[in-house]
Design a protein around this ligand. Structure first.
Ligand code: XIL
Length: 302
């Protein structure tokens, strides 16, 4: 096949992209997004600050533009994200305790209900573990409401939308031996054992020189899959250029293809200039929308 989406579909997988509502008027951008990808994630438009700017006043205008673009172009939609320590609206940043727990659960319920029937998978909880090397939870206002905040969020999401796959999503969980990876594996194992509704794990896969693609990345993917969840690569971008970057993309794609329950890959933007870290030139298309070596390697590997 000649596009990423069609090539991924040959093995029953998807190939997605993060898009921004503000760029949907850029025809170079939308032409690439529409041609190459068959799944979309809203880069910011379904986050907490966007969807609930004031408590109990929900604003779905930007998120709905993404959803509408997906529908009208025949793409599926990943939901990102219902509960996160970052990009919280100001009112939520200032909350704590039972009031925050209830506000978080209400947010999960309302947003998942609004998008019910439109979402392939939700990143229910994003980035809840710390990077300090001891496998602990990240300190946050949500974590301080009690260690069970994650499972409470998953239960609320399932109650609101029983048709969406429910994912835990995080970064730096790519190396199988790192404490953070081990801690997320343990949480998922525990959730499956106790019947907490979790269907998938999202590996963000933001790679750079300080956080390189592990040579045994495939082991991480298969370790999660072995727990009985799907695995998705949800925010892929890789600092670099040329053949070196291309080979790293190839490693990631091959790792997913080698694991039956790795169901799809999403890159975190269209062109390098669209990236949240544009100076890393981490994506598959250059600033002009031309295919890079990384694109060709990815297409060849699929
Ligand atoms: C980033 C967006 O790309 C930026 O536009 C925004 O300013 C900050 O958030 N992990 C995530 C994503 O789960 O939501 C983040 O997206 C990148 C890191």
């Amino acid at each position: 096949a000649t596009t990423l989406g069609a090539s991924a579909a040959q093995s029953g997988r998807y190939f997605g992209v993060a898009i921004s509502a503000g760029k949907l008027g850029d025809s170079t951008y939308t032409t690439i997004a529409n041609r190459e990808f068959d799944m979309v994630t809203a880069e910011n438009e379904m986050k907490l600050d966007a969807t609930e700017p004031n408590q109990n006043q929900f604003n779905y205008s930007s998120g709905d533009r993404i959803a509408q673009w997906a529908t009208s172009n025949g793409k599926r939609l990943r939901g990102h994200t219902l509960a996160w320590h970052s990009q919280q609206p100001g009112w939520m940043q200032n909350m704590s305790g039972t009031a925050l727990r209830n506000a978080m659960l209400n947010h999960v319920t309302q947003v998942a209900t609004h998008y019910r029937g439109q979402i392939y998978a939700w990143d229910v909880v994003n980035e809840a573990f710390s990077d300090n090397g001891d496998g602990s939870r990240r300190d946050s206002n949500l974590q301080r409401t009690g260690n069970d905040w994650i499972e409470a969020a998953f239960r609320a999401a399932r109650a609101a939308d029983s048709g969406a796959k429910l994912c835990y999503n995080d970064y730096n969980i790519d190396n199988p031996s790192h404490a953070k990876t081990q801690a997320v594996l343990a949480m998922v194992r525990d959730f499956k054992a106790r019947g907490v509704p979790i269907d998938c794990v999202g590996l963000q896969a933001h790679f750079n020189s300080g956080n390189p693609v592990p040579s045994n990345f495939q082991t991480t993917v298969s370790n999660f899959a072995a727990l009985g969840v799907d695995v998705q690569i949800t925010e892929l971008d890789i600092q670099g250029s040329g053949t070196d970057q291309a080979n790293k993309y190839r490693t990631v794609v091959n790792a997913c293809l080698a694991v039956a329950r790795c169901t799809g890959i999403t890159v975190w933007g269209v062109r390098d200039s669209d990236s949240w870290r544009a100076s890393d030139t981490p994506l598959l298309f250059d600033n002009s929308g031309n295919k890079k070596a990384a694109y060709t390697a990815t297409l060849d590997a699929l």
